[in-house]
Design a protein around this ligand. Structure first.
Ligand code: GLV
Ligand code: GLV
Length: 321
């Protein structure tokens, strides 16, 4: 019998083609984020699920699918929405899509950083409001990056790609994380391993690239923000809950830090109302990996992961527990 493959969001056509060669593919019509009840009904009888980062994938999800479920393949690098131990306990393989979105996400992080430091959003709002203006030597001065220190929290693939971009802009790199990077990586990036406290105290830009885990939830809280320099910027392109968003909004409003560049939010799609009022914040609606090329590559990798497991093979990028 051909396997039943449930794809919870409409993904790039080349990936759907691959899946259709392997099994009976179901995609929601119209495309939308399925609420939990509908999601559970949709996955019933599935041998494979290709999921999205807003799907809550836990024991109840796996039980709703049934004992034939072999793989959950998320089209994302982050898998904080997946209860991996609960799935592994049911012999379900979990896979994600690392690597293929590294450059796109680092590009977006650096672009948002430039947007806030050079006040691009604020400048565009000024023009669109048809505010009278004229070139002026002290008009809308921003902050330069050359010679400044970038502090990277989590020197994984995306953190390293961010560091490479920062090096090209003449920045110095410090980093922190669960463990020290290989000496070769430190040499390539001229990066110094420091404690989180030292990173927060000394960085002109703090950029978050760690996954969301119980250990990193609210890693950047009111205390961490108070430790940062008043001239420093925070960049978050990982997951919203790594930052206490209310504390961040308060710090930005008081000028306790200079600004923030945010692609992710604590309760997506909601954004803390104070952030929407402030000019020292650059905002994007979770677009880190959102290029046509990257989303296609992610979808194809997710399809390959699901197909490999259905064939009894080792998938290219499994999540280990
Ligand atoms: C996007 O946020 C991802 O985890 O891929
Ligand atoms: C892996 O792709 C990472 O998040 O660093």
């Amino acid at each position: 019998m051909r396997p039943r493959i449930v794809v919870t969001r409409k993904i790039a056509e080349p990936a759907l083609e691959l899946l259709r060669e392997t099994g009976e593919v179901w995609v929601p019509e119209p495309d939308r984020a399925l609420p939990t009840e509908e999601l559970h009904a949709a996955v019933a009888g599935a041998d494979a699920v290709v999921s999205a980062l807003h799907d809550q994938v836990d024991g109840a999800f796996a039980d709703a699918a049934g004992p034939q479920l072999k793989v959950v393949s998320t089209v994302a690098v982050g898998y904080d929405n997946i209860d991996v131990p609960a799935l592994h306990a049911r012999d379900v393989v979990v896979t994600n899509t690392p690597g293929v979105l590294t450059d796109a996400t680092a590009d977006l992080a650096f672009g948002l950083l430039l947007s806030v430091t050079r006040r691009l959003g604020e400048a565009e709002r000024l023009l669109r409001a048809r505010t009278p203006w004229m070139f002026h030597p002290r008009f809308m001065l921003g902050t330069g990056l050359q010679g400044k220190t970038l502090g990277i929290v989590g020197l994984g693939q995306i953190g390293r790609a961010m560091a490479r971009r920062a090096l090209a802009f003449g920045m110095d790199i410090v980093y922190t994380g669960r463990r020290r990077a290989d000496p070769g990586v430190e040499r390539e990036l001229d990066a110094r391993y420091v404690t989180l406290d030292e990173l927060l105290r000394t960085s002109d830009v703090v950029s978050l690239h760690c996954p969301l885990t119980p250990q990193t939830r609210h890693l950047i809280d009111a205390d961490a923000l108070a430790t940062m320099k008043p001239t420093a910027f925070l960049v978050n392109t990982t997951r919203g809950p790594v930052v206490d968003e209310a504390a961040l909004a308060d710090a930005l409003k008081r000028g306790a830090i200079a600004g923030a560049a945010l692609d992710v939010f604590e309760k997506e799609p909601e954004v803390h109302p104070t952030l929407l009022e402030l000019d020292n914040v650059a905002l994007a609606p979770h677009l880190g990996s959102a290029t046509t090329e990257t989303r296609t590559a992610m979808a194809v990798l997710a399809a390959r992961n699901a197909i490999a497991v259905l064939r009894g093979e080792e998938p290219p990028t499994p999540v280990r527990s």
